[in-house]
Write a protein that binds this ligand. Structure first.
Ligand SMILES: Nc1ncnc2c1ncn2[C@@H]1O[C@H](COP(=O)(O)OP(=O)(O)OP(=O)(O)O)[C@@H](O)[C@H]1O
Ligand SMILES: [Mg+2]
Length: 227
């Protein structure tokens, strides 16, 4: 079954002289339950592609189907609802809410999704990323790696069918990075979820079943990597 299908996707962002044609005729097919590592040089469009397939950027042309849904057929509210139900996003720059504690950051999307035990589950998710001792800290009081783990706990807590993560271990030491990656793969495998992650770390890309390489907004090669 198909998780993600992009056909002829083009996207430009910015205004005036900053206008940049970022995604160029991108075609991509990802099966449900697949783990895909997106790699490529800085500025090649990895984050933009991730945001596009998560429904956070609309393409200028082309079609995107995610979990059977044509994203082009949804208005902004529809897209937000779709994401809330089915997609977990870990941003490169975390996007934690600065006025909320770590616990509140993780519990809030659960509450919005109608979970009665939002705070209990948020506590468990934060424990799983080793942050039981930082529940009441605000993002500004957390290290970069700790913020990254809160963002990960938040994305996983809603048990998404599709998880997209932009450099999920980019700010972590080797041991913590491995631990977080273990959790990421274990959680997605347990639920048969689809995982698309962006990374500059060859070891992390190698853990994915498949690698997609971007160069100047083109999907350059798709090779089956040895698992
Ligand atoms: N809003 C925007 N307006 C104009 N140009 C943009 C905008 N956002 C991104 N770009 C440009 O598009 C290109 C792709 O950006 P993107 O963030 O997708 O790269 P990336 O592959 O994720 O890079 P990195 O590995 O450094 O995170 C970059 O050259 C960037 O400068
Ligand atoms: Mg990026």
């Amino acid at each position: 079954m198909t998780a993600i299908e992009l056909r002829g996707v083009n996207l430009a962002l910015g205004k005036g002289p900053a206008r940049t044609h970022i995604l160029k005729d991108v075609n991509l097919h990802i099966e449900r339950g697949e783990t895909v590592g997106m790699v490529g040089p800085s500025g090649s469009g990895k984050s933009t592609l991730l945001m596009t397939l998560a429904g956070l950027e609309r393409p200028d042309s082309g079609t995107i189907r995610v979990l059977g849904q044509d994203l082009g057929a949804l208005d902004e509210d529809g897209l937000a609802r779709f994401r809330g139900r089915h997609v977990g996003v870990v941003f490169q720059s975390f996007h934690l809410i600065p006025t909320m504690t770590a616990l509140e950051n993780v519990a809030t999307p659960l509450e919005l999704a109608g979970a009665a035990d939002a705070f209990e589950r948020a506590r468990a998710e934060l424990a799983a990323v080793g942050l039981s001792h930082r529940l009441d800290h605000h993002p500004a009081q957390l290290s970069g790696g700790e913020q990254q783990r809160v963002a990960l706990a938040r994305a996983l807590s809603v048990r998404p069918e599709l998880l997209v993560a932009d450099e999920p271990t980019g700010n972590l030491d080797e041991a913590t990075g491995r631990q977080v990656a273990d959790m990421l793969f274990a959680e997605t495998a347990k639920r048969g979820a689809t995982l698309v992650l962006v990374t500059h770390d060859p070891a992390l890309a190698d853990r994915c079943a498949r690698t997609v390489r971007l160069r100047s907004g083109h999907v350059e090669t798709e090779s089956e990597a040895a698992a």
